[in-house]
Design a protein. Structure first.
Length: 145
């Protein structure tokens, strides 16, 4: 079975680490406006494949082009950094309850035996974890795999 740490302790650690990351968030996110705009516009085809409503991807990318990188970075500087720590503090319980089904699924997972370092058979263990976590995600969405 996968050893899962105490969820409450993990949530507390996540909150503390995330709150301490506010200055780094503001710095990095504040520098990402051009990348965000370019990547958002470039993702039009992928976005279209992921949705079913006709024309929605075009509207989405036009919105990103219209807003521009300046608005993105400006909003981060104006409200993002100050709200980041507060949002993390408020979200601790939601993070814990949101991650709980995934932690429970991992705790019940019996992985195949570990192979020697570098053995391709170890990728099977990764696949088992991925399949279990995806099954939980799909169950939450009410979807089937």
């Amino acid at each position: 079975m996968v050893q899962v740490k105490d969820l409450a302790a993990s949530a507390t650690k996540w909150r503390a680490n995330a709150q301490n990351a506010a200055p780094e968030y503001a710095e990095r996110a504040g520098q990402a406006g051009q990348r965000w705009q370019a990547n958002t516009v470039a993702a039009q085809q992928t976005y279209q494949a992921a949705i079913s409503a006709p024309g929605i991807a075009t509207r989405y990318s036009r919105g990103a082009q219209r807003a521009g990188a300046e608005k993105y970075t400006g909003r981060i500087q104006a409200v993002g950094q100050s709200r980041f720590s507060e949002g993390v503090a408020v979200a601790e319980g939601e993070w814990q309850s949101g991650f709980q089904p995934f932690a429970a699924a991992l705790a019940q997972l019996n992985l195949t035996a570990r192979r020697p370092r570098g053995d391709r058979g170890n990728y099977r263990r990764v696949e088992e974890v991925g399949q279990r976590l995806n099954a939980v995600r799909l169950a939450q969405l009410g979807a089937t795999s």
